[in-house]
Design a protein around this ligand. Structure first.
Ligand SMILES: Cc1ncc(COP(=O)(O)O)c(C=O)c1O
Length: 495
C-alpha cells in the first residue's frame, strides 16, 4: 500500500480541487439568471437513476466527481439559492457564509465544552449576543445557543418552560404522573409546535389552537382559554406567539400576549423564525412588536441572515433556563473550567456540535450592520414592487398584508365560485413552477387556495420580481384561456 492509499489528499491537491470547485461555483453564480429554478421533471425514477450504480472499487479523480455532480446532481436540484426561488421561505447562502462552511469542515472542532473548542465557544457567545441585539432582546444574563433549526429550538424552549414551571419534577420522574400540560397558540402556528408536543409527551390533543380569523392570536381569547383550563385542573404550560406566521407572515400582538402570559404566569415562547431579524430595517422596527417581554425566542439566521442551513438562534430570558433543563455531565465530560455556562452542551440535547457560529459571525462582520440593513431594506422594497403589481391586477388579492416580504395572494372573479377560483389559482401555481422560471409555493388561508411568494434571496433584484409577476400573469392567461376553450375540466379537476 502506498502512502497515497493511506492518507488524505496532499495540501496541493486540496488547493487544486478547491480551485476547480470554486471555478465551477463562479460559473454557476455567473449564469444563475439563465438557469431554471426547478428541474423540469421530478419523476423519482428518472432523478434517482444516475445514482443507482455500485460503490466504485477504486477512487475517482475529483474532476471526474465534479463532472458527475454537475451532470447528475445539479440538474435535479430545486435551486434554493437562486434569485427566482420564492417558495416556502426564500433564503440565501452568501459567499462569506459558504467559505465559513469550508473553514468549519476543515477544522472540524466540536463545540461541546469550553476546553474542546475555546475560541469557537467564544465566537458563538459573541455571535449570539449580536443576534440578540438585532432581534431587540436585552437579556444579558439569559441563556442562548445555536441549534440546527427553529423546530428543535422550540422544542428546547418548551422543555425549559416545563422545567421552570416547577409543577412536577419532570427531569427526575418524566412526564408520567405529572399534570396534564397545555400549550396555546393560534391556529396559524407552525407544525413544529405540534411536533414538540408529541416529543414532550404533552400530546397533540393538548395543543390548544385558538382560531385566528385575521391571522393573529387574539389575546382575550387566549386569556379565557388559559383560565378555563386552569379551572378544569389542567396545567397551562406555555403560549407560542408568532412574529411572522408561515402561512402569511402574520404578526401576533406579542406585547399584549406577553401581558396575558405575565398575569397568568405562563411561559411565552415567540416563534420569530422568519420575523426576528427584520427590525434592522427602520421602517419595520416601527411596526414590529417588541419581543423582549417573552420568556424565550427563536430566530433563524438560515432564513433571513444570508447563512446556509442549518442555523437557528434560541434565546431564553432566564439565567440557566436552558441549562437547568439540559445539563447532565458524566465524568468523561468534566473539565477544569469552572463556569459551566461556557459549555455549550449544557443548553440543549446536543453533545457533539459543529462550529455553526462561524458562518454567522463571518456574515455579520462581512456585511456589517449597515450592509445587512441595506440588503434587508432592498428586499422589503422588492416585496412592495410585487404588491403594487397585485394591487393593479384585476383578479388577484393580497390574502394578508404583512410588513414582512412574504406576498400571499388569492384569486377572485365574481363570475366564478370560490372553488373555481381556487382551482385557477392552483393551476397557475402548477404552471409557474412547471416553467422552471420561478419557484413559488402555496397554502390554504381563510379557506382559500393561496399562492405564497417569499422574497429574500441575496441575488434577487427588481428584474426577477418583474419576471415572477410576468410568470403569474402568463400562467393566469393560459389557465383562464384553457377554461374558456373547454379545458375547464382540466382545471376543474386539478385539485
Ligand atoms: C414560523 C416558522 N416556525 C418554525 C419553522 C421551522 O423552522 P426550521 O425549518 O428551522 O425547523 C418555520 C419553517 O419555515 C417557520 O416558518
Amino acid at each position: 500500500m502506498s502512502e497515497r492509499d493511506r492518507g488524505d489528499w496532499t495540501p496541493q491537491e486540496l488547493v487544486s480541487g478547491g480551485q476547480a470547485l470554486l471555478r465551477r461555483l463562479a460559473e454557476h453564480f455567473g449564469s444563475l439568471d439563465a438557469q431554471a429554478v426547478r428541474p423540469s421533471d421530478v419523476d423519482v425514477d428518472r432523478i434517482s437513476e444516475p445514482f443507482l450504480g455500485a460503490l466504485p472499487e477504486r477512487g475517482l479523480a475529483f474532476e471526474e466527481l465534479l463532472t458527475r455532480t454537475w451532470e447528475h446532481v445539479v440538474p435535479g436540484l430545486t435551486q434554493w439559492n437562486h434569485p427566482r426561488h420564492h417558495a416556502y421561505f426564500s433564503n440565501s447562502s452568501s459567499a462569506p457564509a459558504m467559505l465559513a462552511e469550508l473553514f468549519t469542515a476543515a477544522f472540524n472542532v466540536n463545540v461541546m465544552v469550553w476546553e474542546s473548542a475555546p475560541s469557537a465557544a467564544a465566537v458563538e457567545r459573541q455571535t449570539l449576543a449580536w443576534l440578540a441585539e438585532l432581534c431587540g432582546l436585552d437579556w444579558p444574563e439569559g441563556d442562548a445557543v445555536l441549534v440546527d433549526g427553529a423546530s428543535l429550538a422550540t422544542f428546547y424552549a418548551l422543555c425549559a418552560a416545563r422545567e421552570r414551571a416547577g409543577q412536577h419534577a419532570w427531569r427526575e420522574h418524566g412526564a408520567s404522573g405529572g399534570p396534564r400540560a397545555r400549550i396555546y397558540c393560534s391556529d396559524q402556528t407552525h407544525s413544529s409546535i405540534g411536533k414538540a408536543a408529541i416529543a414532550l409527551g404533552v400530546g397533540l390533543d393538548n395543543v390548544v389552537q385558538i382560531p385566528a380569523p385575521e391571522g393573529v392570536l387574539p389575546p382575550t381569547e387566549l386569556r379565557e382559554a388559559i383560565r378555563r383550563d386552569r379551572d378544569r385542573g389542567l396545567f397551562p404550560l406555555a403560549v407560542v406567539a408568532n412574529l411572522g406566521t408561515t402561512n402569511v407572515a402574520a404578526i401576533d400582538p406579542v406585547e399584549q400576549i406577553a401581558e396575558v402570559c405575565r398575569a397568568e404566569a405562563v411561559w411565552l415562547h415567540v416563534d420569530a423564525a422568519f420575523g426576528g431579524f427584520w427590525r434592522i430595517v427602520p421602517e419595520l422596527d416601527e411596526v414590529l412588536p417588541a419581543i423582549n417581554g417573552a420568556d424565550s425566542v427563536v430566530a433563524n439566521p438560515h432564513k433571513v441572515l444570508y447563512c446556509p442551513m442549518e442555523v437557528s438562534a434560541l434565546f431564553s430570558r432566564h439565567p440557566r433556563g436552558l441549562m437547568d433543563t439540559f445539563s447532565l455531565v458524566p465524568e468523561y465530560l468534566r473539565t477544569p473550567t469552572e463556569d459551566d455556562r461556557l459549555d455549550h452542551m449544557n443548553y440543549s440535547l446536543q453533545l457533539g456540535r459543529q462550529f455553526r457560529a462561524l458562518k454567522v459571525w463571518w456574515v455579520l462582520q462581512s456585511f456589517g450592520r449597515r450592509g445587512l440593513r441595506q440588503r434587508l431594506d432592498h428586499t422589503v422594497s422588492l416585496a412592495g414592487q410585487l404588491v403594487a403589481n397585485i394591487e393593479r391586477s384585476e383578479h388577484w388579492r393580497l390574502a394578508h398584508r404583512s410588513p414582512l416580504p412574504l406576498v400571499v395572494i388569492t384569486y377572485h372573479d365574481p363570475s366564478r365560485t370560490p372553488e373555481q377560483c381556487d382551482r385557477i389559482a392552483e393551476a397557475v401555481h402548477r404552471h409557474v413552477n412547471d416553467t422552471g422560471a420561478c419557484a413559488i409555493s402555496h397554502t390554504r388561508y381563510q379557506g382559500r387556495y393561496a399562492l405564497r411568494m417569499s422574497i429574500g434571496n441575496i441575488h434577487t433584484d427588481s428584474r426577477h420580481i418583474a419576471a415572477l409577476w410576468d410568470a403569474v400573469v402568463r400562467a393566469e392567461e393560459l389557465v383562464v384561456e384553457g377554461v374558456g376553450h373547454g379545458a375547464r375540466d382540466t382545471v376543474a379537476h386539478s385539485g
